[in-house]
Design a protein around this ligand. Structure first.
Ligand code: ADP
Length: 413
């Protein structure tokens, strides 16, 4: 039996600067249902209306032109300002790209301030603040000010603050946008934990496709409309919050793949391409079927490529998918596993490299791949290791080659 939706949106339209020459219809008749316990990612290019949808849901954006939003049966569109403020406080926690911490108060106060506004006693505020700081491994930062923290630490404070009111819904607007890749994965793992263990409904906005595997459902947006809706089996949570180890759920970053293969796809073709890759990678379709779909016209469910191009691409992508499946779940504490997989990844990385490499250079590239697998380096550090002259301890490749190889390894990490 289908449960009642937690959030129900009907024909929602939002217009900015109505009547002015710059009038902008940011949402154009959205219909959507969201269920309790979902981890939703709203995905689409910049400017397509993702944040507008999120802020309208939160009760903060009130330029609703038409339509209704019901949350737990309450109609947001019919609420006055005070009712919306109360709703916002009781029902949603917000996480922002720029963290939005208050610079003049310390970490503990940043997290617990929302409780002050609700009149919670000091003893209870201390209890709740301590509990959240422990949960996100930031207890030792309690007395620090935001400017003394790294981006990743600030975002953990931001997430703790969003949870302090223990709301059923957590909304996040590009929460990884300002983070390095390791902190970003850490933040995504925290959202997963909040969703799976604490049973919060998470709705997260991003334009970065590498985070899509975290969602239980992806809503694709374009030009103010939701154009596609995909429910999926997500990657297992491989890492518990606070443990300083790196998650090893591999994913194929289709954004980088498209760049590497030099494909020129519009948004709808990208959506199609992403879903074909996902189906192929999860063995739902065979290589032959994949090639056939690359070639088929778009109107017939394919991508409309020339036969030659479809063949070349499916060949190249089949090698990638085989490697992806071989990598599986890497166990970094198992030396043999780590060795084999480092070799496979290095081999694939260099398989179309046409220059000559000395054994020393090959060894150094392998070391750089190993560090990347272990999560010790970012992509840009990987590129720098390849680019640095041999006399300075690098591999000594030219800048362009180093950049291409960094982009290539970034497809699958
Ligand atoms: P996204 O989050 O997908 O990048 P937004 O929801 O921020 O998209 O924006 C959707 C459209 O509405 C864009 O064209 C943007 O320029 C416009 N827009 C967003 N916020 C405002 C605002 N406060 N005033 C006027 N136009 C806005």
């Amino acid at each position: 039996m289908q449960q009642n939706p937690l959030i129900k949106i009907r024909n929602l339209s939002v217009i900015y600067d109505k009547g002015a020459p710059a009038e902008m219809m940011a949402l154009k008749g959205i219909n959507l249902e969201i269920y309790s316990g979902e981890f939703i990612i709203i995905f689409g290019p910049s400017g397509c209306g993702k944040s507008t949808l999120l802020y309208t849901l939160s009760g903060a954006e009130r330029r609703i032109e038409a339509g209704d939003i019901w949350i737990r049966g309450k109609n947001l569109s019919a609420m006055d300002k005070q009712e919306l403020t109360d709703f916002h406080r009781e029902s949603v926690g917000m996480v922002f790209q720029a963290y939005n911490l208050i610079p003049t108060v310390n970490v503990f106060e940043n997290i617990t301030l929302p409780l002050v506004f609700r009149g919670v006693s000091k003893a209870d505020r201390i209890k709740k603040g301590k509990e959240l700081m422990e949960r996100f491994s930031i207890s030792d930062l309690a007395d620090k000010f935001p400017s003394q923290l790294s981006g990743g630490q600030q975002q953990r404070v931001g997430i703790a603050r969003a949870l302090v009111n223990d709301t059923e819904i957590v909304l996040a607007d590009e929460p990884t946008g300002n983070l390095d890749s390791k902190s970003a994965i850490n933040a995504m793992d925290i959202f997963t934990e909040i969703n799976v263990n604490a049973k919060k409904t998470v709705i997260l906005v991003t334009h970065e496709p590498q985070y899509l595997p975290y969602a239980s459902r992806i809503i694709y947006m374009k030009d103010g409309k939701n154009i596609k809706d995909v429910s999926q089996q997500r990657n297992k949570v491989s890492h518990v919050v606070g443990h300083d180890q790196v998650s090893h759920g591999w994913y194929i970053n289709t954004e980088r793949l498209v760049g590497y293969l030099d494909l020129n796809l519009d948004v709808e073709e990208r959506v199609k391409f992403d879903s074909l890759i996902a189906e192929y990678a999860s063995s739902k379709i065979t290589k032959e079927k994949f090639e056939e779909l690359l070639d088929k016209p778009f109107t017939a469910g394919g991508l409309g490529m020339y036969k030659q191009k479809a063949m070349r691409l499916s060949e190249e992508i089949s090698i990638l998918i085989r490697l992806f499946k071989f990598l599986g779940n890497i166990d970094v504490s198992n030396k043999k596993d780590l060795n084999e997989k480092t070799s496979a990844l290095t081999g694939w990385l260099l398989n179309d490299y046409i220059g000559n490499l000395s054994d020393e250079q090959k060894g150094k590239i392998r070391d750089a791949v190993l560090a990347k697998i272990k999560g010790e380096t970012s992509l840009i550090q990987f590129q720098n290791q390849l680019d640095l002259p041999v006399k300075d301890g690098g591999v000594g490749l030219n800048w362009n080659t180093a950049r291409n190889l960094a982009q290539k390894i970034g497809i699958i990490l």
